[in-house]
Design a protein around this ligand. Structure first.
Ligand code: ADP
Length: 220
């Protein structure tokens, strides 16, 4: 069973009088343990696709299935719950909170639930991405590559089934990008998590198990 499955997804935006179809009938299924790179020119619908997969936006037509459950019509609260349970996010600009330590940053996605304490899991994940000696460092005491490792640990803290990454190597030089992709690949295998990454980085597509290309809102 795929973690996420999109069937004939259409997404239209209304810009005043003009209607823009950002996605024009996209099918996509991503399985646990695979990394899929999503590529395509600017304006081809990559961000829209990532937002639909991440339950941050809903399709105009078509269906979205998460872990076998049709989530297309769940509504905002239902989508938020499913997103928290099953989806982790990694961004180009890391988006760490500057006043928090590395450990605290990693626990952020678990803070909405006061009945669980993920501090031990956060420490363990940071150790596994090579930051065991930097648990109490603030983001400004860490390099870009180290900050992205913290972000990878954060994305994994709730034991998600899929990680969505938006240009995860976009702010990093080639060598640091390669170490981040090594780290993502290792965690993908260790945690049996799916990864879908929007990218312009050819290096990332080399690491990916498969590449999905969008052109003008359709898969090529
Ligand atoms: P990409 O990520 O590949 O650059 P996007 O998904 O951002 O592509 O955009 C696809 C198309 O949808 C573009 O024509 C863009 O202008 C339009 N679009 C995206 N988001 C919105 C929005 N919130 N409102 C109106 N149009 C949008």
């Amino acid at each position: 069973m795929s973690v996420i499955e999109l069937a004939d997804v259409v997404k239209r935006y209304n810009n005043g009088d003009e209607e823009i179809a950002a996605l024009k009938g996209v099918d996509l299924a991503v399985d646990r343990g695979e990394m899929v790179a999503i590529i395509g020119p600017s304006g081809s619908g990559k961000s829209t696709l990532l937002n639909v997969i991440g339950l941050l936006d809903t399709p105009t037509e078509g269906t979205v299935t998460l872990d076998g459950q049709d989530v297309t019509d769940l509504g905002t609260d239902g989508l938020t719950d499913r997103r928290r349970e099953s989806i982790g996010f990694v961004f180009q600009a890391y988006h760490l909170l500057p006043i928090f330590t590395a450990v605290e940053n990693v626990t952020v996605p678990s803070m909405w639930d006061s009945t669980v304490d993920r501090t031990d899991r956060a420490r363990e994940l940071l150790d596994r991405v090579g930051l065991g000696e930097r648990l109490s460092h603030k983001p400004n005491q860490l390099s870009g590559g180290q900050q992205q490792r913290v972000a990878i640990a954060r994305a994994l803290v709730n034991e998600p089934h899929i990680i969505l990454a938006d240009e995860p190597t976009g702010n990093l030089d080639q060598d640091t990008g390669a170490t981040i992709l090594d780290e993502l690949t290792r965690m993908k295998n260790e945690e049996n998590v799916a990864i879908a990454a929007v990218t312009h980085d050819e290096q990332l597509t080399n690491y990916a198990d498969r590449t999905v290309e969008l052109v003008d809102g359709v898969r090529r």
